[in-house]
Design a protein around this ligand. Structure first.
Ligand code: UD1
Ligand code: UDP
Length: 382
């Protein structure tokens, strides 16, 4: 039987969460030899995901440094990939999303003349500095890739406008596949606080914030709004698993320490995170992944950014752009805590990002491209 070698490359927490179900799917295909290379742009936060999904990478570049710069991530990943690609000689490299690992992985494969498949392709804000550097990472990766796996029709249309219309597949987002395996009604948390919280009678607000373009003044404004919200709304419990970036740790602790109903905790493993989200009242975040997960779980989201490359859930009414100004974030937060009608309007489960079967479609397209399958996959009918 004909076989082909496919290498999945990723390095950060969100890439790992969204690539894990695809790696599993590829492993189940008899014609595919699935290899996994991690840059470890994130160390602890990546290892937590690898553990949760029981994934063992074949190659680990171990590049993370404290307060790493965009230059060091990109250079170390690119150099590390040179050696890995020489040794493994894959027939196809898969990268995910918009991190510096994504771009360096795609560029390294291009230099080795190995075709690249881009998972989560076509997301755009068309502002090159926001999100920074992600908008440029994903645009450049789109130019390097020959296969483009678009979560939504809008993502596919973005690529078409840029002249990319070959090798494009509409698949849904793999994060919805992941979500299907993680959320359980009888889930027991390892973090004691999360078992203790009274989800029925308290307003549990799940918070995350980490984007580079929010460093400095925007993050200060966000934190100030969160503090006021917690102090003025005693029925709220803010649970904020703080990203390990020292910049974020300093901002969160300096603004939010010492408030009784704000819980600054360690990053959660993905199982705890998804199950906490499923029980929370509201999500306030600048994360990309949370904007996709929360709508599928029927949770309103206030996005702590000026723009989003994920307009689908905004159009569906589950997500609102809150921006990064203190007053507006505070006002929107209070509205959702106090105005039941406003809350109910947003708290509807919608699935604009996928049906949970993205990985099967991507694996089919990969096999089709590699000559292991006669027919391309049916696109997702969003
Ligand atoms: C990166 C991605 C961003 C993505 C985010 C997901 C880039 C440029 N940025 O941003 O697109 O949204 O991951 O979380 O690719 N750290 C640890 N342990 C960890 C992880 C991080 O200590 O497990 C600390 C290190 O000091 C590191 C710093 O966090 O230098 C920043 O990590 P980095 O990957 O550079 O940036 P993120 O903000 O995580
Ligand atoms: N996540 C997690 N633990 C946390 C915070 C986030 O498992 O403490 C998960 C979250 O559910 C989502 C992904 O990590 O699947 C999002 O990662 P992040 O916000 O770091 O990056 P982004 O999506 O913004 O690139």
């Amino acid at each position: 039987m004909k076989t082909a070698r496919v290498m999945s490359v990723f390095g950060t927490r969100p890439e790992a969460i969204k690539m894990a179900p695809l790696v599993r799917e590829l492993q189940s295909r008899p014609g595919v030899e699935s290899l996994c290379c991690v840059t470890a742009q994130h160390r602890q936060m990546l290892d937590a995901v690898l553990g949760a999904f029981d994934l063992r990478p074949d190659f680990d570049l171990d590049i993370m440094e404290p307060r790493q710069s965009l230059y060091t991530i990109t250079a170390k990943a690119l150099l590390g990939m040179e050696r890995v690609l020489e040794e493994a000689r894959p027939d196809l490299v898969l990268v995910h999303g918009d991190t510096s690992t994504t771009f360096a992985g795609a560029l390294a494969a291009f230099y080795a003349k190995i075709p690249v498949g881009h998972v989560e392709a076509g997301l755009r804000t068309y502002d090159r500095y926001s999100p920074f550097p992600e908008e440029m990472n994903r645009t450049l990766t789109g130019d390097l890739a020959v296969l483009h796996f678009c979560p939504t029709p809008a993502n596919r249309d973005n690529l078409a406008r840029e002249g990319i219309d070959r090798g494009v597949y509409l698949t849904g987002n793999t994060v919805i596949d992941a979500l299907r395996t993680t959320v359980r009604e009888d889930f027991v948390f390892a973090t004691p606080l999360l078992n203790r919280l009274d989800y029925a009678h308290r307003r549990v607000i799940l918070v995350t914030c980490h984007r580079r373009e929010n460093y400095g003044a925007p993050m200060d404004h966000i934190m100030a709004a969160l503090r006021r919200l917690a102090q003025d709304c005693p029925e709220a419990e803010l649970v904020y698993p703080v990203h390990l970036s020292p910049v974020v740790q300093e901002a969160a602790h300096s603004h939010l320490d010492g408030v009784e109903n704000i819980h600054l905790i360690e990053p959660l493993d993905v199982l705890e995170m998804h199950n906490l989200m499923a029980r929370a009242y509201l999500v306030m975040t600048d994360s990309g992944g949370l904007q996709e997960e929360a709508p599928a779980l029927g949770k309103p989201v206030l996005v702590l950014r000026r723009e989003t490359e994920r307009p689908e859930a905004v159009a569906a009414g589950t997500v609102r752009l809150a921006g990064t100004e203190e007053e507006r974030i505070y006002a929107l937060g209070r509205e959702l805590l106090e105005d039941r009608a406003a809350y109910d309007k947003m708290a509807r489960a919608v699935n604009p990002y996928g049906d949970g079967r993205a990985c099967g479609r991507i694996a089919d397209a990969v096999e089709y491209h590699l000559g292991l399958r006669e027919e391309p996959p049916e696109p997702w009918l969003a």
